[in-house]
Design a protein around this ligand. Sequence first.
Ligand SMILES: [Zn+2]
Length: 82
Amino acid sequence: MKENKKIEIIKAYDETKDNVENIKASNMCGCYTCLNIFEASKVKAYVDNSAVCPYCGEQSLIPDVDIELTDDFLLLVNKFWI
Ligand SMILES: [Zn+2]
């Protein structure tokens, strides 16, 4: 794996934590557990300042504020962390 891809994956993981502000500033967000990409306005629950996925209940939502969300990228994050 290319080093810059790895950095992006680690950054994406970091952005799933303490991300209330970023989720609220996003149009879309993506979950690296269930791989859904959906409107950030669908997020209704936060635990410890981290957004909870409305589909799978995990705190693994990546905001699109400074990460381009694609199915391929979510799958990479999923394979790296799960
Ligand atoms: Zn999910």
